[in-house]
Design a binder for this molecule. Structure first.
Ligand code: URA
Length: 211
């Protein structure tokens, strides 16, 4: 996807106050039908400038495969384009070292990058947006409810777009299917059954719509 430099520079400038690194714009088929929206890059993604190439990326590939899709079929992007990090102690005895750990993006960081996701959605006009995790789902819909209540459901809704210091709803409606973020299974292995149940719903939707 071609980018107006102005938008990229503005987003980078707005992110200056925050502890973030790297910049990842998105990858895949932006002329296709399906957009996948993640949360923010992790360490590997920030270094290489590509989305989902770490451990969560391997899990995402497995889930795409289960849906009968591959990365070439979809466009992958995220709410925030730089890796939000925090300093944590390494805990090695006597070393007193520190390392950067991933953290969730805050609302100001999400807003700082909002125009980029708005631009991508407007350009691509995807017929399906898969929101990976609560951050992506809330950014797109404004719904602060629990993601567990909506995973796997096809929701026809306007999406939020940034305007004059806040968000407004788009006139067009989009179809959003929220899923758990692929990294969720690392923190909560018990969630696997729910993940595959939601993938089954999405698979049915894809089969139905593909006819
Ligand atoms: N999590 C995301 O949301 N995006 C990535 O690219 C990697 C992990």
């Amino acid at each position: 996807m071609e980018w107006p430099e102005r938008l990229v520079n503005e987003a980078k400038k707005r992110m200056e106050p925050y502890d973030v690194e790297g910049f990842v714009l998105g990858k895949g088929d932006d002329r296709g039908e399906i957009m996948i929206v993640g949360e923010a890059p992790g360490e590997n993604e920030a270094v290489k400038g590509e989305p989902f190439i770490g451990r969560a990326g391997d899990e995402l590939d497995k889930q795409l495969d289960y849906l009968g899709l591959s990365r070439e079929d979809v466009y992958i992007t995220s709410v925030v384009r730089s890796r939000p990090y925090k300093w944590v102690k390494t805990n090695k005895k006597g070393m007193g070292g520190k390392r950067k750990a991933n953290r969730k993006p805050n609302q100001k960081e999400i807003y700082a990058h909002a125009k980029l996701l708005d631009y991508q959605i407007e350009q691509m006009k995807p017929s399906l947006i898969i929101a990976l995790g609560g951050v992506a789902y809330e950014r797109l819909t404004g719904d602060k409810g629990k993601i567990s209540d909506v995973v796997g459901k096809a929701i026809h809704t306007p999406v939020q777009r940034e305007e004059r210091g806040g968000y407004v709803e788009t006139e067009e409606k989009y179809t959003i299917v929220p899923l758990y973020h692929p990294a969720a299974v690392f923190y909560n292995p018990k969630i696997k059954e729910d993940i595959y149940r939601s993938l089954d719903h999405l698979k049915e939707y894809l089969e139905r719509e593909g006819d």
